[in-house]
Write a protein that binds this ligand. Structure first.
Ligand code: PNS
Length: 160
């Protein structure tokens, strides 16, 4: 079975993430979206909120599921027999960090885990969760960046 995991913070999920999820869902039998729950970045949304918004956003893709994990990604993967990580690459600025994580995950997993990179579609190359949070905090319409239900959750969060 070819199962891949697409891990991230998803705080919140954006159209850039959804683009990677949709494209990877055509490449693997199953794609598991893994939300890191013990995130040192102090996320805006709770892990339950992020899971809820992601589940709604991928509800029309039958081979995609959403889970939360804490601790090491490779430990979750070993426990669930998953050997491929999917990550999106937006620009060269992502590359150093992603290469470092991919190579260390491969080393620590004794070469049992590989990372597959999808280059982000050009229309989402500038997009990030932090940019969305910043605009939304000032009450700017973010429906070009995130699904409508996520934009509403941002409005509720920032009371705007
Ligand atoms: O969306 P993000 O914040 O760029 O995602 C980063 C993530 C969650 C993929 C990465 O931090 C991760 O895998 N964390 C889990 C802990 C882990 O396995 N660490 C070892 C590699 S950094």
């Amino acid at each position: 079975m070819s199962i891949a995991i697409y891990p991230g913070s998803f705080d919140p999920v954006t159209f850039g993430h959804l683009d990677v999820i949709k494209r990877s869902s055509t490449m693997f039998e199953e794609v598991v979206v893994g939300i890191l729950s013990n995130n040192a970045k102090h996320p805006l949304f709770t892990v339950e909120e992020r899971k809820d918004m992601l589940e709604k956003a991928v509800s029309d893709i039958p081979n995609v599921s959403v889970i939360t994990f804490d601790g090491l990604l490779i430990d979750y993967m070993k426990a669930h027999d998953i050997s491929v990580i999917v990550r999106g690459l937006r620009a060269i600025t992502d590359f150093d960090y992603e290469l470092q994580i991919a190579q260390s995950n491969r080393k620590v997993s004794c070469d049992t885990i590989d990372t597959v990179f999808l280059t982000t579609s050009i229309e989402y190359a500038y997009l990030s969760s932090s940019i969305v949070r910043e605009y939304a905090s000032y009450g700017t319409d973010v429906t070009d960046f995130v699904p409508k239900h996520v934009a509403q959750m941002l409005k509720n969060k920032f009371n705007n």
